[in-house]
Ligand binder design. Structure first.
Ligand code: CA
Length: 240
């Protein structure tokens, strides 16, 4: 398999893993919804309070949010919706328990993209999820540049050419971004300096292989200890 095939494989895989955040304090409902999401190839993350929801949403940048209205703690589902809407248009489907909650959701000018009433059929919910994703940004079944999720809260958004560490954007030079992206697209593989030069700078690039070392040093400095960028002696580098 050459590197373009590998990239195609990784790209497809990552597009299939559309992140969905499930905000729900009833663990039975949350687990059931998570099960159905996983079965359909989504990557779900749970949050059981409004406060936690805001953290998880900021960190995971979901393509869709399933949001229970009645939540324990200071922030209910509507508060979470307002807070999210201040920053993004990510689709939100409310999970409502009672008629008065439905009225509040419908009265919300910020707007839910949809809502389902408990008890709901998970099958029906999944149909709504897919319909909304098809309608909004095409995450389902269409090619989008991947968002690569690394450990320790490091996220590479290829489309936006942005790297964030725990949701904080990190300013990278063009080649630094290309290098960390290339390593991330070949995660777990030891790549030689020459392979990295070819992949990042291009096969025609004339220069010293040590350029890679300089850029690796910058990446380690800027992205911190969470970046699992290992030196493979006698070979080059590997991102775990
Ligand atoms: Ca609830």
């Amino acid at each position: 398999m050459d590197s373009s095939q590998l990239f195609a494989t990784l790209g497809t895989h990552m597009n299939d893993e559309t992140v969905v955040v499930v905000v729900e304090d009833d663990p039975n409902i949350a687990d059931l919804v998570e099960l159905y999401l996983r079965r359909d190839g989504f990557r779900p993350y749970q949050a059981d309070t409004g406060e936690r929801a805001i953290e998880v949403i900021a960190e995971r940048r979901p393509k869709l949010i399933l949001l229970d209205v009645g939540l324990p703690g200071d922030l209910d589902g509507l508060d979470v919706c307002r807070s999210v809407r201040a920053e993004s248009d990510v689709p939100i489907i409310f999970l409502t328990a009672r008629d008065d909650e439905i009225d509040r959701v419908l009265g919300l000018e910020l707007g839910a993209d949809d809502y389902v009433t408990k008890p709901f059929s998970p099958r029906e919910l999944m149909a709504r999820v897919k319909a909304i994703l098809r309608r909004t940004d095409g995450s389902v079944g269409r090619d989008r540049p991947p968002v690569i999720d690394l450990p320790e809260g490091i996220i590479i958004d290829v489309g936006r050419r942005e790297v964030t560490v725990h949701s904080e954007p990190v300013a990278l030079a063009t080649r630094e971004f290309d290098l960390v992206r290339h390593l991330a697209e070949h995660r777990g593989l030891a790549l030689s300096r020459r392979q990295l030069i070819d992949g990042v700078w291009g096969v025609d690039w004339v220069g010293d292989d040590r350029t890679v070392d300089v850029h690796v040093r910058q990446l380690r400095k800027k992205l911190g200890d969470g970046l699992r960028l290992e030196t493979v002696w006698g070979v080059g580098y590997r991102l775990d």
